[in-house]
Design a protein around this ligand. Structure first.
Ligand SMILES: [Zn+2]
Length: 380
């Protein structure tokens, strides 16, 4: 950030807007190197991966014997969780309970897509609605704080709710659509901070929030990474990493099979995230998440670098509708357009301007890696 000369990776489209990025003598970035050395050699979507997945599936089925469902699965209406739903039910023969967290920002497309999957695949859907007044208050607090990671309240609510549900109903397996194919390049920490940092959430809420968080789901990292995983035995499974998963083909398949609807960009199934990733983050902070998404697709051979550069040369939001979107967000948050604009113009802050568990997370991650508890996946 300190006047570093602009540089873009010669292999993907990550660049110095990620201030921690490093390049080798050929101009290839550390995201790419991490992919080729740590991820690719251990990623198998052929028969080998299928066998590994089958072993897990057998355990899940055994655990679910005699129960109404054998696992839960978060669905957002986006491609990853939608395709996972299809794979889990039709290919793996699982009986998942679909779990949806309504944070108040669902797009109509998201709602339609979830309905289509539920109806066509004959699955049950459980929807948990987050206390809107608390969500609104916490999101506003994040806007006021000036940090870049204002999507953290939504992120946190989504996974905390799911873990809480799994614990309450003694469900051992959570399936997620997290995947290497479209997410092998991770968002730099300075763009997207850990959604699990409850210290940061509480500190920002304490300073800028106006009502107590009574119903908002909070789950600290120790509870779900250590207690729930190793004491309660809740396991998170990522089936998309063991089967071929090509984003465009998967979308077209869902469109043809279920009348699923495409949406313009990853994560745009939430109206808040669309505004945040498409407009707020690039305009206010210079962080364009498309670079991360396209770089992942370049590495996994689903997009060429030229295609990505061409797309990046265009704005990440629609100039004709952005004023409307801006007004929609302000109105929904219960503030004026001028007030929201005020937060846009206010000085940018970082994680370290508030209390956080960042140091602890870094140590924790090293320990987990050292003990082989967590596979290294493109983490710095
Ligand atoms: Zn690269």
């Amino acid at each position: 950030m300190s006047g570093r000369e602009y540089q873009i990776c010669t292999n993907c489209v990550m660049d110095t807007t990620d201030s921690m990025i490093t390049f080798d003598e050929k101009g290839v970035c550390d995201h790419c190197r991490g992919y080729y050395t740590d991820i690719l050699p251990n990623w198998h979507t052929d028969e080998r991966g299928w066998q590994v997945l089958q072993e897990t599936v057998a355990k899940i089925k055994k655990e679910g014997d005699g129960k109404d469902f054998d696992c839960i699965m978060g669905v957002s209406g986006g491609i990853d969780s939608s395709y996972l739903t299809y794979i889990a039910k039709e290919k793996l023969g699982l009986r998942p309970l679909l779990f949806h967290v309504d944070g108040g920002w669902n797009s109509q497309i998201a709602v339609n897509n979830i309905e289509k999957l539920v109806d066509n695949l004959g699955l049950d859907l459980y929807t948990e609605v987050i206390d809107w007044e608390e969500m609104r208050d916490l999101q506003l607090a994040f806007f006021k704080s000036g940090v870049s990671h204002i999507d953290l309240p939504q992120d946190h609510a989504f996974f905390a709710t799911m873990y809480n549900f799994a614990e309450k109903y003694n469900i051992k397996y959570i399936l997620t659509g997290a995947n290497i194919s479209t997410e092998c390049v991770r968002n730099p920490l300075e763009w997207f901070y850990y959604g699990t940092d409850t210290i940061q959430i509480r500190d920002i809420h304490k300073k800028f929030g106006q009502r107590p968080l009574k119903n908002f789901p909070l789950s600290n990292i120790f509870r779900h990474k250590v207690y729930l995983r190793y004491v309660k035995g809740i396991e998170v499974v990522t089936p998309l990493n063991y089967v071929p998963y090509h984003k465009e083909e998967a979308m077209q398949f869902l469109v043809d099979q279920f009348g699923w609807q495409k949406y313009p960009q990853k994560h745009f199934e939430s109206r808040f995230t669309k505004f945040y990733e498409g407009y707020w983050l690039p305009e206010k902070f210079g962080f364009d998440t498309r670079k991360v998404q396209f770089s992942s697709l370049i590495l996994t051979k689903q997009m060429t670098r030229e295609e990505a550069l061409e797309k990046l040369s265009k704005l990440s939001y629609d100039q004709n509708t952005i004023a409307q979107d801006f007004e929609y967000i302000a109105t929904k948050l219960g503030i004026s357009v001028a007030e929201l604009q005020g937060y846009m113009d206010a000085p940018n802050k970082t994680v370290s301007d508030y209390k956080s568990q960042e140091t602890l997370f870094n140590i924790g991650s090293k320990v987990m890696t050292a003990f082989g508890l967590e596979k290294r996946m493109a983490k710095r």
